[in-house]
Design a protein around this ligand. Structure first.
Ligand code: FAD
Length: 334
């Protein structure tokens, strides 16, 4: 909170907490709350003040009612308008700004997802605030921890902006459970801002496997897989034997072995599963930036000097085309 606006009588920790109010911006798709976005609520809880949640889109009532069940949320602000379904930042940012101004929030928190990364810089610019991105820890109401240089250094930053616009790394804050709460649902203000951008269509990769960003187990393949056919032949049965999501290095994606949505790393998804298995991946820093917080890292690579072995808990030096099918067979029988 900006010191200048805090009267001296209110500077005790308890009084300060009462003045803190956070807005957690939640995501929805096709009328369903994206429970992964509830990480923003967990982050807001670290501030210790009051928490409201924000949702917008068509038939938003069901989403708002689900969010209302999350313990710790005092109020859900909902805007029912199909124009916000796809989260286009051009009209969503002015919408959010109007609601931030109305609610007088000190902190606005969204996930560091495609949605949050698109939206929050515009919101920050409209409010003349300095955005604080990809936060992994909240030390107090103005001090935040975030990785820089692809995770090779950790910066602790302090903000004196009156309204802090924050995106948080989902893997650093577990999603708040949808239970135990009974928040009020209130209509938000809708400025009905015209968007110069029109939503045309989307082409989504469909998979019955677990979602990469939230899966407890991930198996990723790299350039060592040599072709798309071999990637599918080697990695998919391994994923199925473990009930794991499939990931890939950028080299594998760029070579057309795997879909772009599967990329793990600095310019892909950041994951922190219980088990991360890197197959035929060298371990470039840009790849490590997306997986090195995994609980157990297993690497299979024919080069014993590959940098991936420096972060691996379990390493297997060998030809993946022999080792992985053998492992898959043993796992399937286990
Ligand atoms: P390689 O480095 O070519 O490694 C292939 C590995 O497979 C080697 O270690 C080799 O020993 C092993 N291998 C080969 N054949 C076999 C076999 N038969 N059995 C066992 N092992 C075998 N990369 C990412 O992954 N994610 C990102 O988000 C990302 N963002 C980037 C952003 C920027 C700005 C830049 C500059 C780069 C980025 N990169 C990213 C690219 C990164 O630098 C590496 O080029 C990439 O991660 C390499 O992928 P790889 O490990 O699959 O391929």
């Amino acid at each position: 909170l900006h010191e200048a606006v805090v009267p001296s009588f209110a500077r005790s920790p308890a009084a300060l907490r009462r003045l803190l109010s956070a807005l957690a911006v939640l995501e929805q798709r096709d009328g369903k709350l994206n429970t992964g976005s509830l990480s923003a609520v967990t982050a807001a809880q670290k501030l210790g003040g009051s928490i409201h949640a924000f949702v917008a889109g068509s038939s938003i009532k069901g989403v708002a009612e689900e969010a209302a069940k999350v313990e710790g949320i005092e109020k859900v602000i909902a805007v029912d308008n199909g124009a916000y379904d796809k989260g286009l930042p051009e009209n969503y940012a002015p919408l959010l700004v109007e609601n931030i101004k109305k609610g007088g929030y000190t902190h606005v928190i969204a996930g560091h997802t495609a949605f949050g990364k698109n939206l929050m810089p515009r919101v920050a610019a409209l409010l003349d605030s300095q955005q604080i991105s990809d936060v992994t820890n909240i030390e107090n109401d103005k001090t935040f921890v975030r990785p820089i240089y692809a995770g090779n250094a950790i910066a602790t930053v302090e903000s004196s902006d009156p309204i802090k616009i924050i995106t948080i790394r989902g893997t650093a804050f577990p999603a708040a459970p949808v239970a135990g709460g009974s928040a009020a649902v209130e209509d938000g203000v809708d400025p009905k801002a015209e968007s110069p951008t029109e939503w045309v269509s989307e082409d989504l990769a469909k998979s019955d496997r677990p979602d990469l960003a939230t899966a407890g187990r991930v198996v990723s393949g790299g350039r060592g897989l040599k072709s798309k056919e071999d990637f599918d032949k080697v990695m998919l049965p391994l994923a199925d034997a473990l009930g794991a999501a499939v990931g890939a290095s950028r080299a594998a994606v760029d070579s057309g072995y795997a879909d772009n949505s599967l990329q793990v790393g600095q310019t892909g998804k950041v994951v922190a599963p219980q088990l991360y298995m890197a197959v035929g991946i060298s371990g470039a820093i840009q790849h490590l930036a997306g997986m090195k917080d995994s609980k157990v890292i297993v690497a299979i690579n024919k080069d014993a000097d590959a940098p991936i072995f420096q972060v691996a808990d379990v390493g297997l030096v060998g030809d993946l085309f022999d080792k992985v099918p053998e492992l898959t067979e043993k796992l399937s029988k286990a």
